[in-house]
Write a protein that binds this ligand. Structure first.
Ligand SMILES: Cc1cc2nc3c(=O)[nH]c(=O)nc-3n(C[C@H](O)[C@H](O)[C@H](O)COP(=O)(O)OP(=O)(O)OC[C@H]3O[C@@H](n4cnc5c(N)ncnc54)[C@H](O)[C@@H]3O)c2cc1C
Length: 241
């Protein structure tokens, strides 16, 4: 996996990250992801390009007209380290394949907890959203309390383990939304765009939005530049209306 796309581990949140494990077509396979989409639409064989201008035009036509199945011919596999507050939302996307680290096998470490850089305030006109943030003083105070809370919780977890309690039940002591888990996830480009459209949007929670944005900026755009441009033109622009 020598290609540059596989060598990036993009940092997200305070200790999260995301990396590309694999892709189909492989970036070194001699056919780009964009071309694989165009060729699938022509029900053709790899390499049967009609030249950049006509290929790109066809890809834009597909996106504009919701001719989605050719976009399913490209797949991405990521390894992601994110807190459970992010995973709760991510796993709702049924079109992804997922495999998670098990807290039944692997003990958690003391610093496996998400610490937000700022405390966002409850939005006034949207019960699901946040707006603005606490003052720097309140922010620091609350973060200090969160760290104390994590320390206490982790001590109780360790105590239970030392008493011989199984990892699967000792983890009840850990703050459920905050703990970081590592997953391997796989999705095709069509369903990835659906995820990105929902989770890069303003309405999405920050803790998943930053992962969606990292996927788009660092992996999707470099791997599929025409598709990303068409997606921004038709799917994202339409959502802003
Ligand atoms: C801002 C925001 C707020 C949200 N708030 C809530 C909330 O308060 N409560 C809550 O429970 N959820 C909430 N969700 C989650 C949301 O309801 C969806 O479950 C989630 O976004 C996944 O979307 P999806 O089903 O379209 O995606 P996927 O599961 O990836 O599916 C993609 C598409 O495939 C099709 N599909 C997949 N599986 C089926 C199926 N079994 N039957 C029919 N069609 C299928 C659908 O067309 C679907 O759109 C929220 C999501 C967002 C973005």
């Amino acid at each position: 996996m020598s290609h540059a796309l596989f060598q990036k581990r993009v940092t997200v949140l305070d200790k999260g990250w995301i990396e590309l494990l694999d892709m189909m077509p492989h970036p070194e396979a001699g056919v780009s992801g964009d071309l694989a989409i165009v060729n699938a639409a022509r029900v053709s064989f790899l390499g049967e390009s009609k030249g950049d201008e006509r290929d790109k035009k066809l890809l834009f036509y597909l996106m504009r007209n919701h001719h989605t199945s050719p976009f399913e011919m490209v797949e991405f596999k990521f390894r992601v380290h994110a807190p459970l507050v992010t995973w709760w939302q991510w796993v709702r996307h049924r079109t992804w394949n997922m495999n998670a680290q098990s807290g039944r096998y692997t003990p958690f470490e003391e610093d496996d907890f998400y610490v937000p850089s700022v405390w966002r305030k409850q939005a006034k006109d949207n019960k699901q959203a946040s707006e603005g943030e606490l003052s720097p003083e309140d922010n620091a105070q609350l973060t200090e309390k969160l760290l104390q809370h994590y320390e206490t919780a982790y001590k109780l977890y360790e105590e239970a383990l030392q008493m011989g309690v199984a990892r699967e039940i000792a983890r009840l002591f850990l703050p459920g939304f905050s703990v970081y888990y590592t997953w391997v996830v796989k999705v095709d480009a069509h369903n990835l765009m659906h995820f990105l459209r929902l989770r890069m949007a303003r309405e999405a929670q920050y803790e998943i939005r930053v992962y969606a944005q990292a996927i788009f900026d660092h992996f999707f755009k470099p791997a599929l530049p025409w598709t990303a441009e068409a997606f921004e033109t038709y799917a994202l622009a339409a959502k802003e209306d």
